[in-house]
Design a protein around this ligand. Sequence first.
Ligand code: CTP
Ligand code: CA
Length: 223
Amino acid sequence: IIASFQSKSLAGKHVLITAGPTFEPIDPVRGITNLSSGKMGYAIAQAAWEAGAKVTLISGPTALAQPYGVQRVNVQTAQQMHDAVMSALKAQVQDVFIAVAAVADWRVANASDQKIKKTSDSDTPQLEFAQNPDILALVAALPNAPYCVGFAAESENLLQYGAAKRIKKNIPLLVGNIGHHTFGKDDNELVLFDAHGHAELGRADKQTLATKLVSELAIRLKN
Ligand code: CTP
Ligand code: CA
């Protein structure tokens, strides 16, 4: 009975989330992407909605169903994801930004307008790359920035790299995936990095971890 009178932990909060991979075109039929399935970001979007938040999800290409109650904007490239995030911030003051997307660090600078044709065995296309905007770092640097949460998928030295990445991006909370077995999987193991150090959330399915992460987030927003 008491519980029914308690407000939900993110009631009234606006939460903006990026999820999934990005797709960077090489030509009209080819591109560069990565193994992110979007499952962790979508699970967090669902958990935040269940905790009472108004959720906007900026999603790269995924095969996932729209999370219930969540407003989703579909994008392909990192630049489009950046632009969609900035428009969402313009349209509505956001309390929290959670960058779960596996954003391509580089795009193909010399992408072709037409399909690149195979010519001879020795003649291969030369791709040139340009740096993509670092969406999380740009949002964290805004005046009146929302509370920013980053993700890090490292292949080694997670405790060291995670702590360093949180400081480099200048964000209060960074979530590290333990091991490199998260991409496409239903379960995961997370470790939280904040100004006090790190804490492990343990191994569980992504929806359970998302609910735990939302609780941890709500505690930090209150403090
Ligand atoms: N991120 C982002 N925009 C980018 C690159 C990364 O918003 N262009 C966000 C990711 O969504 C994630 C965090 O930044 O929340 C960390 O991403 P990661 O790739 O681990 O960090 P990088 O700074 O790109 O470092 P590196 O890839 O060299 O490890
Ligand atoms: Ca990166």
